[in-house]
Write a protein that binds this ligand. Structure first.
Ligand code: NG1
Ligand code: ZN
Length: 432
């Protein structure tokens, strides 16, 4: 351990006097401006943990759904698990050590945990896109480097296909940056489109007339619904928000594909379908047999863990490879209608009740009429409001033929909610 270098670099990431933080389930989480020293020190700690386990350690810089001015850091053990409890204590000790005690704390941890300092160390660092995250992850890198560890920051090259999971890996989205640096999101709607179209093609090839249906929520982009119904001729159904509602509906079909726009989803196959396909795979000839085998494999992949982002990814990757589709070609299947989602604070969000899979507000009186009148002002427009099930807010969704119109419509609907459903705090302001 080059103690001289550690002291020198540590001074560049100095700890504010008297600040005490505790490593909890979410790691360290507080205002971003208080976290620089914590990041540097967690870089150091990750190297020690990596040397001790002779494995890769993860460091994730994020405050998840906390407000934008917050940030946080969490260490991830080699099997993707939470940091071992004794190391959580070391993390707290190290983060709270005053500058002059840093060296001693580091040596203590190394001795207590019998860390072989000669061992190589490897740390994978992830971060979110909040404004403070780039600089803070650089502080982690400084910590890793000063202890001689190697690290990996993933670079996104233009036009390269990327995908991300959420924290518990039950959501997936794809994305890429084009040559002009524009970000393109391929959401759950496009994923459902790719998967259901492919499954339908296989069924046609095999010659089986099994029914297939796609289940969406009101948040599905209008273009996706139109494409599925009009181009792919796949029936589409809408349910309330929440995977359990989609799952339930999808069980009504031989093959039910369901996705929320935010990437929760999977494909379900009835037992009858599985049997039929397995039989077909044995009996059919050549091309048909190949298609049946393919379908059998896809069913197996989804059945291993329904609703799991890794199965979704494997199926998507297989489909893209088999069809020879680039991510750009997939993205170009249809163009999303510009849309905007907003939140409104109200005294009691239960005053809003809905029907028609949350697309129509029944109460408070007059709200739906107001929304209808606003929607009429724009082209290709649609808007709805619903009380969130997970946050104390009313969610507003609007889409229209241009981003400007979608933004305006969402704002006007927010004002209607504020006025008619007991808004609290500041009136919704235009602009985002
Ligand atoms: P609420 O807060 O009820 O809108 C959100 C998501 C749901 C679902 C749940 C988590 C949106 C608009 N809503 O629900 O789709 O993912 O969280 O289970 O994305
Ligand atoms: Zn999740």
């Amino acid at each position: 351990m080059d103690l001289g270098a550690i002291t020198k670099y540590s001074a560049l990431h100095a700890k504010p006097n008297g600040l005490i933080l505790q490593y909890g389930t979410a790691g360290f989480r507080t205002k971003a401006e208080h976290l620089d020293h914590v990041m540097f020190r967690m870089g150091l700690l990750a190297v020690l943990r990596s040397k001790q386990t002779k494995s890769t350690i993860g460091v994730m810089v994020t405050a998840s759904h906390n407000p934008e001015e917050d940030n946080g850091v969490k260490l991830v053990d080699p099997l993707g698990e939470m940091l071992a409890p004794s190391w959580e204590e070391h993390a707290t000790c190290l983060a709270n050590a005053e500058e002059q005690d840093m060296q001693r704390v580091l040596i203590d941890i190394s001795e207590k945990e019998a860390v072989n300092l000669q061992q190589d160390a490897f740390v994978v660092i992830g971060r979110d896109t909040r404004p403070s995250s780039e600089k803070l992850s650089q502080s982690v890198i400084d910590g890793v480097t000063v202890l001689g560890g190697q690290f990996h920051g993933m670079e996104i090259k233009s036009n390269e296909r990327c995908c991300s999971f959420d924290g518990d890996a039950d959501r997936i989205v794809y994305y890429y940056h084009d040559a002009d640096g524009h970000f393109h999101l391929i959401d759950g709607d496009k994923i459902a489109t790719l998967i259901s179209s492919f499954l339908k093609e296989l069924l046609v090839e095999i010659g089986e007339s099994l029914n297939i249906g796609v289940v969406q929520t009101a948040y599905a982009n209008g273009s996706s619904t139109r494409y599925l119904e009009e181009v792919m001729k796949v029936p589409v159904y809408c349910t309330k928000t929440g995977v359990k509602h989609l799952h339930h509906k999808a069980q009504e079909f031989d093959i039910g594909v369901y996705f929320e726009a935010n990437g929760h989803g999977t494909a379900l196959f009835s037992t009858a379908v599985e049997m039929k396909i397995k039989q077909s795979a044995e009996q059919l000839e050549d091309k048909k047999r190949k298609a049946a085998k393919m379908l059998e494999n896809i069913i197996d992949l989804f059945n291993q863990a329904a609703g799991d982002a890794i199965s979704d990814m494997l199926v998507i990757e297989a489909i893209l490879a088999l069809k020879g589709l680039t991510v750009q070609q997939w993205d170009a299947l249809y163009t999303d209608l510009p849309n905007r989602q907003l939140k409104v604070q109200v005294a009691d969000r239960r005053v809003i009740s809905t029907t028609d899979a949350e697309r129509q507000a029944v109460t408070p009186p007059g709200l739906q009429e107001a929304i209808n009148d606003l929607v009429k002002k724009y082209k290709l427009s649609r808007a709805f409001v619903r009380p969130s099930g997970t946050e104390d807010v009313v969610r507003v969704y609007a889409e229209a033929d241009s981003q400007e119109s979608a933004d305006h419509l969402a704002h006007e609907v927010s004002l209607a909610v504020f006025q008619l459903a007991g808004g609290i705090g500041e009136r919704p302001q235009p602009g985002f």
